[in-house]
Structures are given as C-alpha cells and as structure tokens.
Design a protein around this ligand. Structure first.
Ligand code: HEC
Length: 103
C-alpha cells in the first residue's frame, strides 16, 4: 500500500501542479479511453476541489493536449483512491471530448 501524504500534497499544490505539467509534457500520443467511464470517474473523484468551470474559464491553464494529459495525471494523484492509468486516460478523453477539444 502506498502511503498517501495528501495534506502535504495540497499545501504545495500550486507548485506541484505546475511541475506536473512541465514534467509530463513529453507525452505525445493522444490517450485512448472511454469518455462515458471518464465522466463517472470525474464525478466521483474530481469535483471535490473544483467543478467543471475550471475547464471553461477564460484564463484556463491548460492550452494543449500535452498540458491536459499532464494536468489530469497530476490531479489524479490527489483523490483519496489511487486511479489506474486506464482510468486516468478515460478522464482525459472525457475532458477533451467535452471541454477542451484538442486534436
Ligand atoms: C485536492 C484538490 C483537487 C482534486 C481532487 C482535483 N483537482 Fe484538478 N485542480 C486542482 C487545483 C488547485 C487546480 C488549479 C486551479 C487553478 O489554477 O486555479 C486544478 C486544475 C485542474 C485542471 C486545469 C483546468 C484549466 O485551467 O484548464 C484540470 C484539467 C484538472 N484540475 C483536472 C482534474 C481531474 C481530472 C481531477 C480528478 C482526477 C482533479 N482535477 C481533481 C485541485 C484538484
């Protein structure tokens, strides 16, 4: 079992989110996933800190598919339950299909 240090994670969130995007920016291929599953996962795990308005706000942080992949990978470490890589891909596909529309 991995010992989650969520209180530390949250207190340095601003920094870790930024680093997360930079560190995973080399990911190239668009992930393959199931948008329907991703929607359910998103409702379960992702709305405790922010709702979907962060994806459509005018000054949103994510401006590319690489950025979206990095941000979701970073944020998916925050919920109490650990998400599998396939679940993370489902959420990325859901967010891209629904809000971001990167090619
Ligand atoms: C522990 C709190 C927390 C959880 C849980 C969380 N996030 Fe986040 N997320 C944040 C914060 C903080 C930001 C940055 C908000 C800002 O920049 O104002 C953010 C930003 C984002 C962004 C960038 C939005 C933009 O500006 O384009 C995406 C995408 C995102 N989160 C996806 C997710 C997904 C998917 C999940 C579920 C797997 C999730 N988040 C769960 C805290 C969280």
């Amino acid at each position: 079992m991995r010992n989650r240090t969520s209180s530390i994670g949250v207190s340095i969130l601003g920094v870790s989110l930024f680093l997360g995007v930079a560190a995973t920016a080399t990911v190239d291929a668009a992930p393959v996933g199931d948008s329907v599953k991703g929607k359910k996962l998103h409702e379960t795990y992702c709305v405790e800190c922010h709702d979907s308005k962060v994806y459509t706000r005018p000054n949103r942080r994510v401006n590319s598919l690489e950025g979206l992949i990095g941000q979701v990978k970073t944020c998916s470490r925050l919920p109490k339950d650990l998400l599998s890589p396939a679940q993370v891909n489902d959420i990325i596909v859901y967010l891209n299909d629904t809000y971001y529309h990167f090619k």
